[in-house]
Write a protein that binds this ligand. Structure first.
Ligand SMILES: Cc1cc2nc3c(=O)[nH]c(=O)nc-3n(C[C@H](O)[C@H](O)[C@H](O)COP(=O)(O)O)c2cc1C
Length: 371
């Protein structure tokens, strides 16, 4: 209510990136005092989900904050007071970089969408890891890693390995981003051979580091684009299983601009970038269902793309997502969305007679698999 009637109108008067910086600053500095964080945590609290274990980690809620909101891990403590079960920081790259020139973030309110070509602006993996070693969220912490722009695609593996080593100590899981449309050549790493080489190298380093520190290897996930055909999705699922990847995040933003309500001239004026929000919802759900059919529950899928309500989150879960993430919905609906989704999912579980979330995962695609 407060968000829709007061905060959003103020934030939406500002240029999108300035509004984002302000919101992030509020979560960082405004929620630094422990007493304020506890107040927010009480306001946004919901019943913890039962038996919610994914890739060896326990989650209080299946609702996560998607990568790109807190790229530098500056506000994880405050953000975790808003009811998220997990927060994915990043994308971080091995080399600090400024990203693309501004303006690089655009709102399409008629479509409840955003277009961005941020270009992995971040402080660099080492600096972000230092920060995260001090600031810990009260929930699961993922770190998303990508390729530094100055590094050629052919040399991407060494660059990803360096970032992986930097964040190894502070991350509960690491997401390998090969799907941003804003780093030239990056999406080519989704090609089966390239992806296999990259993921195998990361897993080898993961095992080495774990042996050296006498710990378990970190759960390694891969984040993919929605702009892939069925054949490519199957190949990625097979590569992920073969490389011992612990989960797939589906999906990143799309380069497709079909079916938007916003006038073509406005969309064109935004220029290149990834489209997120409501127009991405059904495509991302299709990708989740395709992956689920191929993976048959062997590894979890994190569903992300166009979630604005508990119904949208439930649809993703029934299509095969074991966890979900939000970004654009959080911008349009505010923090109340996290609580609404948590509450709405609990209600749907009770109404449907499900004992826990796992029983609902993939329930709308199970029949075709068995047939
Ligand atoms: C401004 C902006 C920046 C983003 N930055 C990243 C990023 O750095 N790394 C990444 O993996 N995804 C990034 N994303 C993609 C989101 O994590 C998410 O996959 C996508 O927006 C779809 O979800 P949504 O429709 O809920 O926004 C970004 C999205 C937006 C809108």
């Amino acid at each position: 209510m407060l968000y829709h009637s007061i905060l959003r109108p103020i934030l939406f008067r500002l240029p999108p990136e300035a509004a984002h910086e302000m919101a992030l600053h509020f979560c960082e500095a405004g929620l630094r005092p422990r007493v304020l964080r506890s107040m927010m945590a009480r306001r946004y609290a919901s019943e913890p989900f039962k038996d919610l274990r994914r890739f060896g980690l326990s989650f209080n809620s299946p609702v996560g904050l998607a990568a790109g909101f807190d790229k530098n891990g500056v506000a994880v403590e405050g953000l975790s007071a808003l009811g998220f079960g997990f927060i994915e920081v990043g994308t971080v790259t091995n080399l600090p970089q400024p990203g693309n020139p501004r303006p690089r973030l655009f709102r399409l309110p008629a479509d409840k969408a955003l277009i961005n070509r941020m270009g992995f602006n971040n402080d660099g993996a080492r600096r972000v890891a230092e920060r995260l070693s001090i600031n810990r969220p009260a929930c699961v912490l993922g770190v998303n890693i990508g390729k530094s722009r100055a590094v050629a695609v052919e040399d991407a593996t060494a660059d990803y390995l360096a970032s992986f080593e930097s964040v190894y100590e502070v991350a509960d899981y690491v997401a390998v981003n090969v799907s941003s449309p804003n780093t030239p050549g990056l999406r080519g790493l989704q090609n089966a051979d390239a992806l296999q080489a990259l993921l195998q190298a990361l897993q080898a380093r993961n095992r080495e580091l774990a042996t050296r520190r006498a710990t378990n290897p970190l759960p390694l996930l891969v984040k993919i684009a929605p702009d892939l055909d069925e054949h490519a999705l199957e190949a990625i699922a097979d590569v992920a299983l073969g490389a011992g990847i612990e989960g797939i995040i589906a999906t990143n933003t799309t380069t497709n601009r079909a079916g938007l309500k916003t006038s073509a001239s406005i969309v064109e004026a935004c220029g290149e970038g990834g489209l997120s929000g409501a127009p991405l919802r059904s495509r991302s759900t299709e990708v989740i269902a395709s992956l689920y059919r191929r993976l048959r529950g062997r590894i979890p899928i994190i569903g992300v793309g166009g979630i604005f309500s508990a119904d949208d989150a439930w649809e993703k879960i029934c299509a095969g997502a074991s966890l979900i993430q939000i970004y654009t919905g959080f911008i349009y609906e505010g923090a109340g969305l996290v609580r609404d989704i948590n509450k709405g999912l609990q209600e749907r579980l009770t109404q449907g007679g499900f004992r826990n979330l796992d029983e609902a995962v993939g329930s709308s695609v199970k029949a075709p698999v068995a047939a």
